[in-house]
Design a protein around this ligand. Structure first.
Ligand code: TRP
Length: 457
């Protein structure tokens, strides 16, 4: 074991920032609004918020516990806690998920580079809503440019990964988070003062319960796992860099609250504008990229706002791609005992291959579908809606049924030096509520619950 040489985060604040940097990303600003738009609006928001509390927090605290307790990567942690058992499959599931998520996440991150350049050069300016949409489609379906940006983004992530945990990850997060927050607020104010904003706010906040279907619930659960970076050992890996005094409970509460706030702000920024400019809320992955340029047009010095916004979005994406890359790199480096640099190269190369194919699936490979999904959507579906919730379920089952309560409590309260008022509630949610709810959502989506109910009728 190489515990003693492992890096730690420089300060408690740094640990929280880096974890928040992992959670806050394209998941909040790009994926959340498009999922909500495609899944019935406010009803999705409601179920999402319920999932964050019932599933998100228990899984996050459990991942923190595993990482902080073992100081190992996602696979190594289970090998240490439960040697010779199949529990390490949770870690392998996570490492594979890291590759698959990066395989489509890097493509969208690449789009943010294109938009920074377009914003700078002024081509993002002076068009109507229809041309913003047409131009996005032309760009994303082209062959060369999006691939170049995808590869560039992977290399950028790679450079930060090999420069180490503290200097790379922590420093990047420290600058970006507050700035992103400020600009989101400005854009929200502009959006809600647009003509017709009420319609968007109603779509976002006023739930229509008839819209709730099993697939809406599955999507909201998937979004919870994706947005909070949970279910695949990412937070196990990050918590392995926590130091002895890091407060797990506070970190989990703060990161969850911040992440949820950013998603809600993103919704307030997007939906009034969507309705004002006559864009369809169900537009899909392009939603944010065709809506925001319209908002920038409505601001004085719009080009400047758009440059700053897309730079911040790229940075938010970067602190998330770093955390995904780190899961696979830490595993490869520590379990195969090869250098960090070599491990990082292997990961980057694998992700580039996936990234190229997912980028092409908006263009030349559009008609190559599996189960009706393009390669890009397939990667998203398999990870967010299957691998992460499954991983989260087994993490809860492991901590709930295999870990000694006393050891768990000692770790969560830093050997009794911190109070943990909610320990019993957390333990109950983690042991019973989260795994059962996740299992039921799966069964429901497969139509099995209906079949069982019908069987007994
Ligand atoms: N949570 C990030 C976002 O919202 C993406 C991400 C980073 C992630 N690490 C993860 C998703 C681990 C799932 C698992 O953009």
């Amino acid at each position: 074991m190489i515990t003693s040489e492992r890096a730690t985060f420089g300060s408690k604040f740094g640990a929280i920032l880096a974890t928040a940097g992992s959670a806050v990303g394209l998941g909040n600003i790009w994926r959340f609004p498009y999922m909500l738009g495609a899944n019935g609006g406010a009803a999705f928001l409601l179920i999402y918020l319920i999932c964050v509390v019932l599933l998100g927090l228990p899984v996050m605290i459990s991942e923190f516990y595993i990482g902080k307790h073992t100081h190992r990567n996602a696979v190594g942690a289970f090998k240490e806690m439960a040697p010779g058992t199949k529990w390490s499959l949770i870690g392998y599931n996570g490492v594979i998920a890291a590759f698959l998520i990066l395989g489509f996440y890097a493509v969208v991150s690449g789009w943010t580079i294109e938009y920074i350049i377009q914003a700078f050069s002024g081509t993002l300016h002076g068009k109507d809503a229809a041309s913003f949409q047409a131009d996005f489609e032309m760009f994303s379906s082209s062959t060369v440019r999006p691939i170049i940006w995808t590869i560039a983004f992977i290399l950028l992530t790679h450079v930060i990964i090999i420069s180490g945990v503290k200097d790379g990850i922590e420093r990047a997060s420290k600058v970006m988070m507050p700035a992103l927050f400020l600009i989101l607020i400005v854009l929200c104010i502009r959006s809600v003062t647009l003509p017709g904003a009420e319609k968007g706010l109603e779509f976002f906040f006023n739930p229509d319960f008839s819209k709730i279907t099993s697939s809406v619930v599955l999507s909201a659960m998937g979004q919870t796992f994706f947005s909070l970076s949970i279910g695949m050992g990412c937070l196990i890996t990050y918590a392995s860099y926590f130091n002895k005094t890091t407060n797990i409970q506070n970190t989990a509460l703060q990161v969850t609250a911040l992440d949820t706030l950013v998603s809600v702000l993103a919704g307030v920024m997007i939906f009034p504008a969507v309705f004002c400019f006559g864009i369809t809320p169900t537009a899909g992955p392009e939603l944010v990229f065709i809506t925001l340029p319209n908002v920038f047009e409505q601001l004085p010095l719009g080009w400047l706002w758009s440059v700053v916004f897309f730079i911040l979005l790229a940075l938010a994406a970067l602190t998330s791609t770093i955390s995904l890359h780190e899961v696979a790199t830490a595993y490869t480096h520590e379990e195969f005992k090869i250098s960090r640099t070599k491990a990082a190269w292997l990961v980057s190369a694998g992700v580039m291959v996936l990234g190229i194919v997912s980028s092409l699936s908006f263009g030349v490979l559009k008609d190559f579908t599996i189960g009706g999904l393009t390669f890009f959507s397939l990667l998203d579906y398999v990870t967010a809606k299957i691998m992460l919730p499954l991983g989260g379920m087994f993490i809860c089952i492991y901590v709930g049924y295999r870990v000694d309560r006393k050891i768990l409590k000692a770790e969560l309260t830093n050997e009794g030096t911190l109070p943990f008022y909610f320990f019993n509630t957390y333990a109950f949610f983690m042991k019973y509520i989260a795994p059962i709810a996740i299992a039921m959502i799966f069964l429901n989506e497969l139509g099995l619950i209906n079949k069982i109910v019908n069987f007994f009728q």
